[in-house]
Design a protein around this ligand. Structure first.
Ligand code: ADP
Ligand code: ZN
Length: 721
């Protein structure tokens, strides 16, 4: 039969049938070029019986135009694509697109030209040429990258090429990665670690689906523990996927990996250059990429023979994708393990309630690391009631916390202050006319950044210079900063403890792997006394001299109270507390709060995790919230408010009546304006027995909207804005 059904990468089109031309051999999963009108689109050959088809007679079918030189997508990956589209109510094409995530890789083998110094000198030396020659010693890259490294224009480098100072070198775009060695430097595990890793390694050997929850306190050595099963997979010639949140901050992880396996892993994240992307993609698909460390998008890479999946810090909300296909990488990882028939390890010190519930009901096997490695103790936790121990006027730190920092300064130890707010102040207003600076594109205040002297929106990136006079009433010097951000806390520390060396650690200052590495080196060299940071510093770091953690405002996360506010606060504070006392010196944590009696705060102070989780579990059970019931959100948006509202009302008019399924809305979303789009929302709460996705598909599938309207479905939402 020379007729095939293809999933084409165009969300507006269903599957299309084609004829396979003479001489072309395709199998399911093959990536092909399909003619579509006058154009060519990329498609994937699919099992015809799994996709709804067309009845076009074979004589009318057009020929496939070509077969792309990449291995076909495997059956387990095809099943994962189907499952993801079905579960998250997304089009197959938009999910399939995530699996074909490197355009370059699909074009097949290629070479590229790079340049390096020859050792020769130009006829005429200029300061710029000299600077370039000095900077490029030992470097090899393309002209654009070299210009970036040397800090000169590309023109200067082209001049050097003409003069024979730089020479071209043809390199294979897909040159192999250095191999990782399973036995390069084995680590001696503690008894507790050995038992845990033995369970995982056994599962890797068995090569079957087995989901695990590795529940280990901060500093218990979860990484060392899952490195053993990684080694086991390597010994069997199988590939490993390790998912990490916030890939920019994984220097520490990469370093440990290289020490253990003798080579760095293959990286996958959104800021890879296209050449790095194609190289990684091809190596993954050919099986030569042994260990891939990546952000959530690595989940859809076409592994040839996977042996193990690890999701580290599995509770992290950044595993939830908030645009396009709104999937949760933690859950999709488990499904990939299921289809690939490999074990999946979800590692966390503060697992999501959903994961714990899966463990309790026996679906996941729970493996515990109850104590810190090397005899380090968990820190002592105390609360500071801000209603009693008031900070001085216009300040944010209680005297007891400042005293604690001063004590550490005296002993040469380090402190960390945590506040999840970038910038100097979250709101700027005019003392004269009361005007508040708001983002023109979002329902949000502009945040003052003193380092850059700008007002910025943290939702859309809008920025403006901080005005000297009020832009509304024209009064000079009347703008007041309201509330603290990390920059303001850093100023306060500098004012109250002038001898302290303070470092502000946020995504503004640690915005590249290089900057992050510099930060780590500076802290390790004890060039920093006080770190003031956002949630970026709550995890992954291991600083033995850090003995005090101060939580500036534990109530912040509880405001606005969405479903997971309590859990998120618990996780954040427990994680940041976990940075204290990781070495031989004991750690202390001081939590500033106006509600020391709130269940989350009380549980944190008492170190009673079980109390928190069981109270939270009961609360969710009563509310019919996940994991006991299900939520979904539908967001309707348009650049035109009236158009968005009308579309939402029309959808509302067709709302289905389904037993045990409550549909709320439409109502303006809490962020009624976001990135220039007006937003209306439905929230759906259903019992587990309801086929929620089917309900939504039937409801929305029958309706059309003007082209400017976007309808986004969010299953198991994390964001309620
Ligand atoms: P977690 O991720 O559980 O918070 P880490 O994996 O970061 O903990 O480990 C904490 C520290 O203890 C790290 O510096 C790690 O290198 C060290 N460590 C853990 N286990 C071992 C071991 N078996 N041998 C040597 N060092 C270890
Ligand atoms: Zn904005």
């Amino acid at each position: 039969m020379n007729r095939v059904r293809c999933l084409v990468l165009n969300a507006a089109l269903g599957p299309l049938d084609y004829k396979v031309p003479e001489g072309m051999v395709v199998e399911p999963g093959a990536v092909v070029e399909c003619p579509l009108g006058p154009r060519t689109v990329i498609g994937i050959v699919w099992e015809a019986e799994r996709l709804p088809g067309t009845e076009v007679p074979v004589e009318k079918l057009r020929n496939l135009r070509g077969l792309l030189p990449v291995p076909p997508l495997s059956a387990p990956l095809r099943r994962l694509i189907e499952w993801t589209a079905d579960y998250y109510v997304a089009s197959l094409a938009s999910v399939a697109r995530m699996a074909l995530s490197s355009g370059g890789a699909l074009k097949g083998p290629a070479t590229m030209t790079e340049y390096r110094l020859t050792g020769g000198l130009p006829e005429r030396m200029t300061p710029q040429r000299q600077a370039a020659i000095d900077a490029l010693e030992g470097e090899q890259a393309n002209i654009r990258e070299l210009a970036g490294i040397a800090g000169v224009s590309e023109g200067v480098l082209r001049g050097l090429v003409n003069q024979g100072v730089l020479e071209p070198v043809e390199v294979d775009c897909d040159r192999p990665y250095d191999p990782a060695h399973p036995d390069f430097a084995e680590v001696e595990l503690s008894t507790q670690q050995r038992e845990a890793s033995g369970i995982f390694s056994e599962a890797v050997r068995a090569a079957k689906f087995a989901p695990f929850l590795l529940d280990g306190v901060t500093g218990s050595g979860k990484t060392e523990t899952y490195f053993e099963p990684v080694a086991q997979a390597l010994r069997m010639g199988r590939q490993v996927l390790v998912l990490l949140p916030e890939i920019a901050l994984t220097e520490n992880f990469l370093h440990r990996f290289e020490e253990r396996f003798g080579a760095p892993p293959v990286l996958w994240h959104s800021s890879l250059k296209s050449t790095e992307r194609r190289r990684a993609y091809r190596a993954v698909s050919e099986g030569s990429a042994q260990v891939v460390v990546g952000a959530r998008s690595a989940l859809f890479l076409p592994f040839r023979q996977l042996g193990l999946i690890v999701v580290d810090e599995a509770h992290e909300t950044s595993f939830k994708q908030e645009e396009g296909v709104r999937y949760n990488a933690r859950d999709v990882a488990v499904m990939r393990g299921h289809f690939e028939q490999v074990p999946v390890v979800l590692a966390s010190a503060t697992p999501a309630l959903e994961s714990l519930q899966m463990a309790q009901s026996g679906v996941y096997k729970k493996v515990d690391l109850p104590s810190r490695f090397g005899g380090a103790q968990l820190p002592a936790i105390d609360t500071i009631d801000l209603t009693e121990e008031k900070p001085p006027q216009g300040m944010w730190l209680a005297q007891r916390l400042v005293d604690g920092i001063e004590e550490r300064l005296g002993r040469g130890e380090q402190s960390l202050l945590f506040l999840n707010r970038r910038g100097y102040a979250p709101l700027t207003l005019c003392r004269n006319c009361g005007f508040r600076y708001q983002c023109p594109n979002c329902s949000a205040w502009l945040v003052e950044h003193r380092f850059t002297n700008r007002l910025a929106c943290h939702h859309c990136g809008h920025e403006a210079p901080a005005p000297k006079a009020c832009t509304e009433c024209g009064e000079p010097d009347c703008l007041v900063a309201c509330g603290p951000g990390v920059e303001r806390i850093a100023d306060e520390v500098a004012e109250r403890l002038p001898q302290a060396r303070v470092f502000v650690a946020t995504s503004d200052t640690l915005n590249s792997p290089g900057r992050a590495a510099e930060f780590i080196a500076a802290v390790e060299a004890r060039e920093v006394d006080v770190i003031v940071g956002t949630q970026l510093v709550t995890k992954g770091f291991h600083f033995p001299e850090l003995t005090l953690v101060g939580v500036v405002d534990a109530d912040l996360g509880l405001e606005g109270g969405d479903l997971r506010a309590g859990e998120r606060t618990y996780q954040q504070v427990a994680q940041v507390a976990g940075r204290a006392g990781r070495g031989s010196k004991p750690g202390e944590v001081l939590i500033q709060t106006r509600h020391p009696e709130a269940p989350v705060i009380a549980a944190l102070a008492a170190g009673d995790r079980d109390a928190f989780y069981s109270a939270e579990t009961e609360m969710r059970r009563e509310a019919g919230a996940p994991p006991f019931g299900r939520w979904a959100a539908i967001i309707i948006s348009s650049e035109d408010d009236a158009e968005a509202r009308e579309a939402a009302n029309r959808i509302g008019a067709f709302r289905p009546e389904v037993a045990e399924c409550l549909i709320l809305g439409p109502a303006p979303a809490p962020m009624a304006l976001l990135r220039g789009r007006y937003r209306y929302r439905f929230l759906i709460n259903a019992r587990r027995s309801v086929q929620l996705q089917d309900v939504i598909r039937r409801w929305l599938g029958a309706l059309d909207h003007p082209p400017g309207v976007r309808v986004a479905v969010d299953i198991d939402p994390y964001s309620f804005v």
